[in-house]
Ligand binder design. Sequence first.
Ligand SMILES: *Cc1c(COP(=O)(O)O)cnc(C)c1O
Length: 401
Amino acid sequence: MARTALAVDGGPPLRRRAYPDWPEPGPDDLDRVQAVLTSQDWGGSASVVASFEQLFAQYHDAAHGVAVSSGTMALELVMHALEIGLGDEVIVPAHSFVATATAVSRVGATPVFVDIEADTYNLDPVRVAEAVSPSTKAILAVHFGGVVADMDRLQGIAEQHDVDLLEDAAHAHGAEWHGTRAGGLGLAAAFSFQNSKAMTAGEGGILTTSDERLAAKARSITNAGRLPGRGWFEHFELGTNLRMTGLQAAILAGQLERLQDQILLRRRRFQRFQRRLQSVQGIELQRTPRGASTQTRYIVPGRIDPRMFGTTRDQFVQAVQAEGVPVRSFYPHPLYSNPVFQGRPHRVLTCAVAEGACLDSFWLPMRLFMGTDEDAADAARAIEKVHAWHKPAQGPTNGSP
Ligand SMILES: *Cc1c(COP(=O)(O)O)cnc(C)c1O
């Protein structure tokens, strides 16, 4: 059978068209922003901020939302509002964006880095149970790529040890666990609206919780320590200014309206992509546990078994990229290897899976699954093409059953 050479070896790339851009403005975004611009309230007290907080929280099965300037600030706000600080430990996964761990450090507490599960890329509950100490105050679970962490088992551990279960839901707008959305699964959650996230206003974040006192405290901290109904120059908490602007909230209100359709689109595209790849030996995509009833496929991580697939992870990434599909290598190192944690209080448990993922894992961006079926199929075709060139000879060629 004649085969075209791989693009990485000088052959023609399988695909030359770009994948859909992100972020993607909505049809009425300009009107929404215009409405804020022509009001005299562009800042945090714009009515669109409060209405967005309500809509977002309600959609995410939480009673309250406190909109802030970034996901990083939402995480730090969770820590402040819970009065987590010096001497306290918070369990975090060894792989995440750095803010998951620095939010803990920045309030003076100690991040405890725990291994992930090889197949879901989420916190491993077995390792979490081993990591709990008398100083543990909270478990901060990341829902990697939009597949919710095992909240049943994590909640069980949290209850057993009387610690709080918190969510870093920066990847998980609209994701569900047994039908309840991220943001309503722990005591509090932090979402990000940074430029690359599945809902974005360029920057932004929100804390969600159903705990009324926690919400009130978070809101006060966000707003210079003020309290509702009290004076502008009366300050009750050691607050700061984390307020989201009306301009951000206007854009996010439009994004929220489109989120559900975008999730369904990604899920449909991803399902076919995944089915197609089932016949390719040596590539394994993130497993979806049964509880993760809605997965948002914000990022799809996966791993290459070089013996079975025929290339190393790095060769795979290079070759698939050359075919015109924007796959990327996984994190280059676990969070705790970043210089910021040297000489700073932290604890690391054995993280063999997290270390291994740096070498054998990759991720696919959501843009692959936001175009046509053919766009998603091209991603699968590129992977099949690379595999076809490299796959190791298959066992005995005759006499096999
Ligand atoms: C993006 C992200 C954050 C931080 O959000 P920003 O809005 O960029 O500050 C935190 N945690 C995770 C897992 C993220 O992906």
